[in-house]
Design a protein around this ligand. Structure first.
Ligand SMILES: [Zn+2]
Length: 225
């Protein structure tokens, strides 16, 4: 970990305070990036004044740092999604720690901020993962539903699936390396807004969950505390 002072970055945009207990909120989340279409996605989010959460993979933070800097500057939330996407339940705790730390360091270097949320690759976690997440002070965030974008790779199917599973305080899994997700985003955002949704960050929708470091949310079936 570097102790060098963080470089001065443009101040983060002030977010409108949104109270998700009073209005309909939804959190779109983009995993494995920054993907190669992140720039187009950021343009769309900016145009429609929508916020999102990016669960970043450290190796791509290293290769595409400018997108990460822009995400933070434009008010999006940055989460940790490991460095190289291993299944955390199949590697040693020390290796999990290393995956998380390297990604924290890469994001800090790129954007001057450190992720406060962890999304384990494939959503796979066990009690050992939970212990490591707790050491980093981070809850583990899964999703309430997926867009199936990585499988359908079809603009209409992604929109249809996302609208079918959208619900207040939903956390939707998407990917910014799927071109069709990014291509269909303007229409999807417009439809969600027409349905009364505010597009906010994960931290906005989990504000009242009182999650502790190492907690997992939503709690998956079969999870034992
Ligand atoms: Zn992933």
């Amino acid at each position: 970990m570097t102790l060098a002072p963080a470089p001065a970055f443009a101040q983060q945009e002030k977010k409108e305070p949104v109270d998700c207990t009073q209005v309909k909120c939804i959190a779109l989340t983009f995993d494995d990036g920054p993907g190669k279409y992140a720039g187009t996605l950021l343009d769309t989010l900016k145009k429609y004044d929508a916020k999102a959460t990016f669960f970043l993979e450290g190796q791509y933070v290293k290769s595409r740092p400018a997108y990460v800097k822009r995400m933070a500057a434009e008010g999006h939330e940055l989460g940790n999604h490991s460095y190289s996407h291993p299944d955390f339940t199949k590697i040693e705790a020390g290796a999990v720690k290393n995956e998380i730390q390297k990604t924290q360091d890469a994001v800090k270097k790129a954007a001057g901020v450190e992720p406060k949320l962890l999304r384990p690759p494939y959503g796979m976690a066990d009690l050992a993962t939970s212990d490591v997440a707790a050491e980093f002070g981070m809850p583990m965030i899964l999703w309430t539903a997926g867009s199936q974008d990585w499988s359908s790779k079809n603009v209409e199917a992604i929109q249809k699936q996302t609208l079918a599973v959208a619900k207040p305080n939903g956390i939707i899994l998407m990917h910014d390396w799927v071109k069709q997700t990014v291509d269909g985003m303007p229409a999807l955002i417009k439809t969600l807004k027409n349905k009364g949704y505010h597009l906010v960050t994960v931290s906005d929708v989990i504000k009242n969950e009182k999650l502790e470091p190492g907690d997992i949310f939503p709690v998956p079936a079969g999870w034992e505390q």
